[in-house]
Design a binder for this molecule. Structure first.
Ligand code: M6R
Length: 617
């Protein structure tokens, strides 16, 4: 949550910071701010509103500055007010700070600082850290310490309990930014005569592709010409500069699409091609992965798999269970990362632990991964963001390669996660009992999948019409059986998070055990019912809903018997291998939610109270 950008160099900092922060708006967008440094000290501009809105105000001011730190906020401590926005300035006016994370012992520190005469203007933990650093700075400065600023950051951080990614400036040391991380991602952008820091390398687009990933417990000191990295004991650490895949401005823009979510839905054919590229065996009967760091003989010994994730990624985990158990006959457990990390779950020795996370930064998923590593399990991750903390810390992994996902509602990342889990299923299956012919059938279907997604996308107008028809309802049920059950959960999450319609997902057969009581003319049910072994059973469930006056929408395959059903709305998708049906059936659900939210006038890309990466507990 929250996005940080810092710049120091020869160019005009305001423009670079505003553009960089706009690219991080997905991380939080309730308020934003900039601290700009020129010969006359630090100037702070901050307000409630999106980074774009606050950025316009800053640009109008035409401040001359060659360094600055900026922040886009997702509130944790204190409400959404201009005072609680970052950057914070210390009482003495010399230290400015932006912060992502939570300082857990901030009340104790605040009391102490207040006793020392510090006056607080906000309710934030960040202002406490800012003044803590400032107090040390005043002491060290009085002692005549040459590197008083750097020393004061070290001293402040040593007292802090919790998590942080910070960037700080000192009015008496212009042209220097000090940045540090513990549990909240930060990347340095190494340029020519300029250096940057950000929560996500997207902020560096168009300036540099050379980056350094800061590790937890590291502090970096940036000037325009140089950078140095230390551990918390102030020992110098050598850094590896990596060249990241060059990204263009359009990778981070909406193009002609009204929203990022719509753009990302439409990117899926290409995104899934990229997820699959280079990952098939030459005989076309199985899949292969470069980064697992586990030999086939090790994987054959695995007797259980544990998948962990949060939100949509958890739904991908649940689908992985259905798919891998079917293809590879390996028992799969699925846990919410947030629950598992605090539970002493008995996990058999020969378990392979897998986490799924688009951002690779979700705090609960990261901690669940660390807990499993600590217990000595083999760990793997499916992540999208290259160099993210989870990608870095997992024993091995699979990158999704779907490009930046900016819309808060996950779309292309989800389908890619499900597809990759299916590819893992094929791989593990082929190491066991999955026949060559069946392997070939699935691989062939995978090759056809992107084109089939295009066919579904061609039905956008039809789906939009259905979504508009139902957009005024306030309650929804999503129902499906077997692999369509996790998809029902995902469909319901997608609808509620962007349209604020209350929606619940259930296995269709569970209806009679409670949810059927909700069915009425004001509570529609959306069934995901491709033509498979379950279709007759789902048809009965549909009749049960219709008999009670519940409006029904059905997503089914072309030519299925449900297409003949009267008095319901039908959306059809092409037939594919059953293991790939969850991917294909996701597309109409995404479009349905999107258009329902648009019809209700919701801000699709920035749903209220949410942010893209949840880097706090
Ligand atoms: O980055 P991650 O995949 O770890 O994120 C997990 C969830 O926060 C995320 O999937 C969230 O549920 C999305 N907003 C759903 O669309």
């Amino acid at each position: 949550m929250c996005g940080i950008v810092g710049y120091v160099g020869d160019d005009a900092a305001p423009q670079i910071l505003v553009e960089g922060l706009n690219r991080l708006a997905y991380r939080g967008y309730d308020s934003a701010g900039h601290a700009l440094m020129n010969g006359k000290g630090i100037k702070i501009f901050k307000d409630i509103g999106s980074p774009e809105t606050v950025g316009q105000i800053v640009m109008k001011e035409k401040v001359h500055a060659n360094s600055g730190i900026s922040h886009t906020r997702w509130a944790t401590h204190g409400g959404v007010t201009p005072e609680n926005s970052h950057p914070h300035l210390s009482n003495c006016g010399r230290i400015a700070l932006v912060h992502n994370g939570v300082i857990e012992n901030y009340t104790v520190l605040k009391r102490r600082l207040e006793q020392n005469g510090v006056h607080f203007h906000s309710e934030t933990d960040t202002e406490v850290l800012c003044n803590l650093i400032a107090q040390y700075y005043e002491d060290f400065r009085a002692q005549g310490l040459e590197d008083a600023f750097l020393q004061s950051v070290f001293a402040g951080l040593r007292e802090v309990k919790g998590s942080y990614g910070i960037a700080a400036m000192c009015s008496e040391q212009p042209g220097t930014i000090i940045t540090a991380r513990l549990g909240s991602s930060l990347v340095l952008g190494i340029g020519n005569g300029e250096n940057m820091v950000a929560s996500d390398a997207a902020a560096f687009c168009g300036r540099t592709n050379n980056i350094v990933y800061l590790d937890d417990g590291q502090v970096a000191c940036l000037t325009g010409k140089d950078f140095e990295i230390f551990n918390l004991d102030h020992e110098r650490v050598t850094a590896e500069i990596c060249e990241m895949e060059a990204r263009e401005e359009h990778d981070y823009g909406r193009g002609d699409f009204a929203h990022f979510m719509l753009k990302e839905i439409f990117e899926q054919p290409e995104a899934l091609r990229n997820s699959m590229r280079g990952r098939f065996s030459s005989d076309g009967s199985t899949t292969k992965f470069g980064g697992l760091n586990l030999e086939a003989k090790d994987l054959r010994r695995i007797n259980r798999i544990l998948f962990m994730g949060c939100g949509t990624a958890w739904h991908a985990c649940l689908l992985a269970k259905y798919i891998i158990e079917k293809l590879a006959r390996i028992p799969v457990d699925v846990e919410y990362a947030s629950e598992l990390r605090y539970r002493n779950a008995p996990i058999p020795d020969d378990t392979l632990c897998f986490v799924i996370s688009q951002s690779g930064e979700t705090a609960d998923t990261l901690e669940a991964l660390r807990e499993m590593k600590r217990k000595g399990f083999e760990t793997l991750a499916i992540t999208n963001v290259v160099g993210s903390t989870i990608a870095h810390e997992a024993g091995g992994g699979i990158y999704q390669h779907v490009g930046p996902e900016i819309g808060v509602a996950s779309t292309k990342a989800f389908t890619s996660q499900v597809l990759l889990a299916t590819m893992v299923g094929v791989y593990l299956g082929r190491l066991r009992d999955l026949s060559m012919t069946e392997g070939m059938r699935i691989v062939k279907a995978m090759h056809e999948l992107p084109e089939q997604i295009v066919q579904v996308l061609q039905k956008t107008q039809e789906i939009e019409a259905v979504a508009k028809k139902y957009a005024d309802f306030n309650d929804f049920l999503f129902l499906g059986r077997q692999m369509m059950f996790p998809l029902a959960l995902e469909g319901a999450l997608k609808l509620k998070e962007i349209s604020y319609i209350h929606a619940e997902g259930y296995p269709a057969a569970e209806m009679k055990h409670g949810p059927l009581a909700l069915v009425s003319p004001t509570c529609p049910s959306l069934f995901i019912a491709p033509e498979d072994d379950m279709i007759e059973k789902v048809a009965s469930n549909i009749h049960e809903v219709k008999a009670r006056g519940g409006p029904v929408i059905v997503v089914t395959t072309e030519g299925s018997p449900l297409c003949e059903e009267k008095g319901i709305d039908i959306i059809t998708i092409p037939q594919t291998h059953e293991a790939l049906m969850p991917v294909l059936a996701s597309i109409p659900l995404q479009l349905f939610s999107y258009y329902a939210a648009v019809a209700r006038g919701c801000n699709v890309d920035r749903p209220r109270n949410l942010a893209k990466s949840v880097t706090v507990e």
